[in-house]
Design a protein. Structure first.
Length: 284
């Protein structure tokens, strides 16, 4: 046996250094902002693929979900984490996919830089933690999922069932902090806590990584017993941030509710009109 255990923390630090090197390489070699963003998304997707089980598919694109006025598309997501075993995209395009909500576990926003916008700003910057939280609240409100499931006592008949599901797992992967608030973990955590409370439910970030800087997450609460004062507490640490990101991502995805055996996503429910079926029987 080796005299000393492997230095996993050191390995994660090296991984973070490599990611920052990728950011600097993209800045030096790529002028177009969109292409630079896609290059960084590719690096994060490659990192996720290196440790996530194959049951979790990774793509970029949109989520289609149900509303009172019919199906709607989400904003474009940098990385969609979906069920690659039981489902997949309903539309696959050259540069992005469209997934039914029933197939999606969560998403990751990728930011080259992360900053904090002032309350005095006319609008929150796209790379601000405030904008990430605002987007989080909208995306996690998508909770109606429809499944076809076997009817009790029948071997052939199925019925459509609608369920209010848990909100998506939500993560942010930032390469670099910018500004006084983002560079200070206590200040960033306080800002996240304050804005989350201001936005209200279902705002909840399951993990925010700032590479080589720190990791933050919203403390989960048991809604059956929690008081108002228990919500929107943000924990943070500068110790081994990438390792923490991996751990919390795996935990979050593993504990996300799965559909029961035999349930099938009701992707037909996203068509604008109900399907009309004709039938023919054998002639006498």
């Amino acid at each position: 046996m080796p005299a000393q255990p492997p230095q996993f923390a050191e390995f994660n630090r090296i991984e973070e250094d490599l990611l920052l090197a990728k950011l600097n390489a993209a800045r030096s070699a790529i002028v177009h902002a969109g292409e630079k963003g896609r290059a960084l998304e590719h690096e994060v997707r490659t990192l996720l693929r290196s440790f996530l089980p194959m049951e979790y598919g990774l793509s970029t694109g949109f989520v289609v979900f149900h509303t009172h006025s019919g199906p709607r598309l989400s904003s474009q997501l940098d990385i969609v984490i979906y069920d690659a075993v039981r489902s997949g995209p309903i539309i696959r395009l050259e540069t992005c996919d469209v997934f039914p909500l029933e197939a999606v576990y969560g998403y990751v926003e990728v930011k080259a830089t992360l900053q904090s916008s002032s309350d005095d700003a006319d609008e929150w910057a796209e790379n601000s933690v405030e904008r990430c939280l605002e987007k989080n609240r909208v995306l996690r409100a998508m909770n109606e999922r429809r499944f076809w499931a076997p009817l009790s006592g029948s071997r052939i008949e199925t019925g459509l069932f609608t369920h209010e599901w848990m909100g998506l797992r939500s993560y942010v992967f930032a390469f670099e902090p910018v500004g006084a608030v983002a560079r200070s973990l206590p200040a960033l955590a306080q800002r996240m806590s304050n804005i989350s409370k201001r936005l209200g439910p279902p705002t909840h970030v399951h993990g925010l990584l700032v590479a080589n800087h720190g990791f933050l997450y919203t403390r989960p609460v048991d809604t059956r017993h929690a008081s108002k004062a228990d919500y929107y507490h943000v924990k943070y640490s500068a110790d081994h941030p990438l390792s923490s990101f991996k751990t919390f991502l795996l935990q979050g995805l593993t504990t996300f509710p799965r559909p029961q055996l035999g349930w099938t996503p009701g992707i037909d429910q996203y068509f604008e009109k109900e399907l009309k079926w004709d039938i023919r029987a054998p002639e006498a």
